[in-house]
Design a protein around this ligand. Structure first.
Ligand code: FES
Ligand code: FE2
Length: 343
């Protein structure tokens, strides 16, 4: 894939075929637990709201059919689906009492454990088939989430093409250089990755975590050892086209949603969850660990952001060149193969 694919609008538009092929991740179910709670998905391609109507999750166009104001302006919140311009309200069918025949466009909502997706292509492919072997893994993973507390979704805007964000998370070859401090204490990037799994367009891999590097923090982590999933690794999933998940030893989870806004601007929507624990650990200790881990994870994202934005700035000078992918970057090669297949 030549560098021109990272900054020309025609290529960005063509990649819609990959991005909008089937299902898109929206958020975790716990963000939509209350009546009238909503989460929006705003990308170059879509303006959609997923809203809780008395317990039923419904995905609708987020643009009022009257004179096209935005219905829900925030990324998430709790508010009935009523337009702020002339107060047209909408029900779970997308219908409004203000005009008999007008109706918002509707999309199928799919649940996989705690992960909420929408069928963007409107093709007749079931979510379970789309996710393939990862369906059960995502159900199991989200059954571990402690949903009794969590922060709001954070947005990190990147001035770069969406593919750079995907490529960045598909390798840990950079972890020892870019994240030597932020991720150094678990020795990330030192060992050989293992358990590389591929299902449809998605993949996952595990990176070993080194106990000797953890000596300083091991005493503190013992407090959290009573939990269902403990793996001595950092496990990463890419669920195409827009979901990143990582599990740090089954204790702390990062969930990222990729929103391409233009050929060189991409929002990363960031969510964190802690694992449920089976002991009566003081809630404040857990919350403190969650807070420190969340701040650290945002720092990791910002460390990557510098590299990713530099790459974008450099594209126009070397538009006909290609990146070199080494044997340490096999997931990127796989991503490009899948992308090329669909465009
Ligand atoms: S634009 Fe929404 S009610 Fe008028
Ligand atoms: Fe990174």
């Amino acid at each position: 894939m030549k560098n021109i694919h990272y900054f020309k609008k025609e290529h960005f538009l063509n990649e819609m075929k990959f991005f909008n092929a089937d299902w898109l991740f929206v958020c975790l179910k716990s963000s939509l637990a209350k009546n009238n709670s909503f989460v929006t998905l705003n990308t170059f391609y879509h303006k959609i709201v997923v809203q809780n109507f008395r317990g039923k999750l419904v995905a609708l166009s987020n643009i009022c059919v009257h004179r096209f104001n935005t219905l829900q302006n925030d990324l998430e919140g709790v508010r009935p689906l009523i337009c702020e311009y002339h107060s047209w309200g909408y029900d779970k069918f997308g219908k409004t009492r203000s005009h008999e025949s007008a109706c918002l466009e509707k999309y199928e909502v799919g649940e996989c454990g705690d992960f909420i997706f929408i069928n963007i292509s409107k093709k007749n492919i079931k979510l379970i088939d789309y996710l393939g072997g990862f369906y059960n893994q995502l159900v199991e993973l989200s059954s571990l989430f402690d949903n009794s507390f969590f922060n709001k979704i954070s947005t990190v805007t990147h001035n770069s093409n969406w593919k750079f964000l995907v490529e960045n998370v598909l390798e840990c070859y950079h972890c020892q250089t870019v994240h030597s401090v932020s991720l150094g204490d678990i020795g990330l990037g030192l060992g050989t990755p293992f358990n590389h799994e591929l299902h449809n367009r998605h993949d996952s891999i595990e990176y070993p975590v080194f106990e000797q590097s953890k000596k300083k923090s091991i005493k503190g982590l013992n407090l959290f050892k009573n939990r269902d999933l403990i793996h001595a690794s950092y496990k990463h999933y890419y669920i195409a086209p827009n979901l990143f998940i990582s599990s740090t030893e089954g204790l702390f989870f990062y969930i990222g949603r990729l929103d391409p806004l233009s050929k060189n601007k991409t929002n990363l929507q960031v969510m964190f969850r802690m694992s449920l624990l089976k002991n009566d650990l003081n809630k404040n200790i857990i919350k403190h660990y969650y807070k420190v881990s969340s701040i650290n994870s945002i720092n990791v994202i910002k460390e990557d952001q510098i590299m990713i934005q530099n790459q974008q700035k450099n594209m126009k000078y070397i538009s006909n060149k290609n990146s070199i992918f080494t044997k340490d970057e096999p997931r990127i090669i796989n991503f490009h193969k899948n992308l090329n297949k669909s465009i």
